[in-house]
Design a protein around this ligand. Structure first.
Ligand code: CDP
Ligand code: MG
Length: 739
């Protein structure tokens, strides 16, 4: 199973590092967060010792020219300063020369696969061509374009609205979870995450509102994209007038074609300049340091202009590297040219996202610190250098334990090649790989694993069941998930009460589908309004659930312990989040209050918005009314609040419970053997309690399990009474009967 494969690969790389790093400091392989001690932070000096050795004999990723008229890019470059009209820009993109041929192919075939180099104009141009060709029937029908990532959906919609000179949210809009920027009856071109289109199937199983669907970035093979392709394959024969365009970077195209009865593949030839690939001579123990050094090496040694793109695994890593680089460049002062450091990741506030697209001023260099969002979804002009440590963060579900882990794993060869290609868009480029040539040829897998074979399928299974698709085994899929993973999700859904013992969807299961959040959270909310022993806390649970969706970007800065005035009063992260939200509300949603407490104002505004949506949904389902009745009967709503909330979360996340043993916490599942040793993350309130020598609770519920240097559990909630487990989920925790 992939989960173990990955670890083995990682371990063997680690082993190599260790072998080769005898003279270097202790291996610090805290890949997820760069919690380097302060001294280390300030000691990092960029000098000859810090230089990373790269092999001299570089490989060259060859130029790609084909039949494409390569004068276009050159003209684009020469005229870039001169071109003022965005319409002229559109005509210079590679897809433009194929506009008519593409439209003809789409007219002729119901399904078409479009393959082209990143940046050739597939995402921004193709939907506009369809619009211009009259597919929306004067506004009666719509065109949907799906994206695997939220950031891509919003950024591209904004760009296209610009190109069409319309206000974003009117003719052109986007829809991502908890944020709908479209106008009913007006929006004809809708960019959306693949997950949102999946939800639309619930209300409109034949997608009657749409005349064209473009599944973009299909090569990413997210779970939602794979399921969409299966559902679309199902409805195409009944909807002869519906056009399906599947667009993909260069990998995987024939697989899609085979899946859709050998439908044609349209190749948009693109130009790519040669890219020199450099590998490190030795494996590097600390890729974070190596990446920083490499960026500075490039900056001081390579000529201007030429921006740098660094591929990192996540927000925390990006923010901490940014902070560190700022300190170093500040120290180096005017001895180096100005370096503009811009991050890009999914949770970055919109205004900051746009910064990556601002052209770099002369005599400066821009370094973009990106997650693999910049691999294919977003094209940043002006990149000449790519720095690639070769890692990516992946969800990984282990059916035997029923647990999902977030792992930092080595990328596939296809991914690192795609990343290198990003350096050759505007001219010859260079790619610095922070791993060895040996590792590339011997350790990296060829292709990334599709999400469907490595993730928890519960949500998807529930959605398919509610769409009436009961034969899951024969549902058309590009790659089939394992039987064990399917049956684990059925078991999980049964445990939540979404399915009955015959495997059919229950009334509760349908309610869970209605909520715009994971079924587990929906179960928490349902319990909080209706369960005999803990109802009346719906409002509080909605706040906590909304906060849990945004915890990644809640606090400002890396290490400051936020909300510290509250920390002392609560004993769980859940209650901390609730208190933070309530206090902010009491201060009239104040921006100043956020600044004072080092909390991101924008994030809390998003939480407020999510809260509103969850509340509306609960209201629609009648849960709010039920909750209010109970609340009026309660003598003191604040009594037993924490206990009730804990019970609600147990009902939604019975699988996420760890039990204290002789060696610390161990996860509990159906079988006692399936446990895994886990550690409370230092960012958790519960961590501080154990450190302050309070007696740790025998059981703890967690929202996230991350595998980095250790198995960390985050967002933790102590369970003070063992009997609550058996009370809420007797099917799983029958041991409580004994006590
Ligand atoms: O989808 P594909 O990778 O083929 O290309 P695209 O995303 O449609 O991008 C086409 C062009 O639009 C690129 O040259 C980008 O630089 C530009 N673009 C932009 O300037 N700003 C955006 N937010 C998106 C695209
Ligand atoms: Mg694209």
């Amino acid at each position: 199973y992939r989960g173990t494969d990955v670890r083995e690969t990682k371990l063997s790389r680690q082993h190599m590092w260790e072998e080769n790093q005898l003279n270097k400091a202790v291996i610090k392989e805290n890949l997820d967060e760069v919690n380097l001690p302060d001294a280390d932070k300030y000691d990092f000096v960029f000098d000859d010792d810090a230089m990373i050795d790269y092999e001299d004999n570089e490989e060259v990723m060859p130029e790609k020219d084909s039949e494409y008229d390569n004068h276009l890019i050159e003209r684009l470059q020469k005229e870039q300063d001169r071109i003022t009209s965005i319409q002229e820009m559109r005509k210079l993109l590679p897809v433009y020369s194929y506009r008519n041929a593409l439209l003809e192919a789409i007219r002729e075939h119901q399904t078409l696969i479009v393959v082209g180099e990143t940046g050739s104009g597939k995402t921004t141009q193709l939907p506009q061509y369809l619009l211009e060709d009259g597919y929306t029937k004067g506004g009666k029908l719509r065109i949907a374009v799906t994206q695997p990532r939220r950031v891509a959906a919003t950024a591209v919609a904004a760009r296209v609205a610009d190109e069409m000179d319309v206000v974003l949210g009117k003719e052109v809009g986007y829809s991502i979870r908890f944020e709908d920027k479209t106008t009913e009856g007006k929006t004809v071109l809708k960019y959306m995450t693949d997950g949102m289109l999946l939800r639309e199937f619930l209300e409109d199983p034949e997608l009657k509102k749409y005349s064209c669907i473009m599944i973009d970035e299909a090569h990413e093979r997210t779970l939602a994209t794979d399921i969409l392709l299966g559902l679309l394959k199902d409805i195409l024969p009944h909807r002869k007038d519906l056009k399906l365009v599947i667009s993909s970077a260069t990998m995987n195209a024939t697989k899609f074609s085979r899946f859709f009865n050998n439908c044609p593949i349209f190749n948009v030839p693109g130009r790519r300049y040669p890219v020199d690939i450099r590998y490190t001579v030795q494996p590097e123990a600390n890729y974070i340091h190596a990446a920083i050094s490499t960026v500075l090496q490039i900056h001081t040694k390579e000529p201007l202009p030429g921006d740098i793109l660094v591929f990192l695994t996540g927000q925390e890593e990006i923010e901490s590297i940014k902070e560190k680089m700022e300190q170093i460049t500040e120290k180096m002062g005017s001895t180096i040219a100005p370096l503009i450091i811009t991050p890009i990741y999914a949770n970055l506030p919109q205004e900051q996202q746009n910064e990556i697209f601002i052209p770099t001023p002369h005599n400066c260099r821009k370094v973009v610190l990106a997650t693999n969002i910049a691999e294919t979804s977003l094209t940043i002009d002006g990149i000449k250098y790519v720095v690639d440590p070769g890692y990516v963060k992946e969800n990984s579900f282990v059916p035997s334990t029923g647990m999902t882990q977030l792992l930092t794993v080595p990328c596939s060869r296809a991914s690192v090649d795609q990343r290198a290609g990003r350096a050759g868009r505007v001219g010859p480029g260079k790619c610095f790989r922070i791993f060895t040539k040996w590792s590339y040829y011997n350790e990296l897998e060829l292709m990334p694993k599709p999400e469907i074979v490595r993730t928890n399928l519960s949500h998807t299974v529930l959605l398919l069941l509610s769409l009436g698709i009961t034969d899951l085994i024969n549902f058309p899929m590009l790659d089939k998930p394992s039987i064990s993973s399917l049956s684990k999700s059925l078991e999980n859904l049964y445990l939540l009460g979404a399915l009955n013992s015959k495997g059919s969807i229950t009334r509760l299961g349908r309610i869970m589908c209605e909520f715009p959040c994971e079924p587990e959270y929906a179960k928490v909310l349902h319990t909080s309004a209706t369960h005999d022993s803990c109802r009346g806390v719906l409002d509080e649970c909605i706040s906590i659930v909304a906060m849990l969706h945004e915890t990644k970007s809640l606090f400002l800065g890396q290490k400051s312990h936020p909300g510290s005035h509250i920390v002392g009063q609560v004993d769980s992260d859940h209650m901390l989040y609730l208190e933070i939200y309530n206090e902010w509300r009491n201060y009239n949603y104040s921006r100043i209050w956020c600044q004072d407490h080092k909390i991101q104002y924008k994030t809390l505004c998003r939480v407020r918005n999510i809260r509103d949506q969850l509340f509306k949904c609960a209201d629609k389902l009648g849960l709010v009314a039920v909750n209010e009745t109970v609340r009026r009967e309660m003598v003191d709503p604040s009594s037993h609040l924490a206990a009730k909330i804990t019970k609600c979360f147990i009902s939604g996340f019975p699988m996420n419970v760890a039990q204290l043993g002789t060696t610390g916490y161990r996860t509990v599942g159906k079988k006692s053997t399936s446990g895994l040793n886990v550690y409370v993350h230092p960012s958790s309130v519960v961590f501080h309690q154990t450190r302050d020598a309070k007696k740790p609770s025998k059981h703890v519920l967690y929202q996230q399990l991350m595998l980095t240097s250790k198995e960390f559990i985050r967002d933790c909630l102590p369970i003070h009474k063992e009997s609550w487990l058996g009370e809420m989920v007797p099917q799983l925790f029958n041991f409580s009967k004994k006590s």
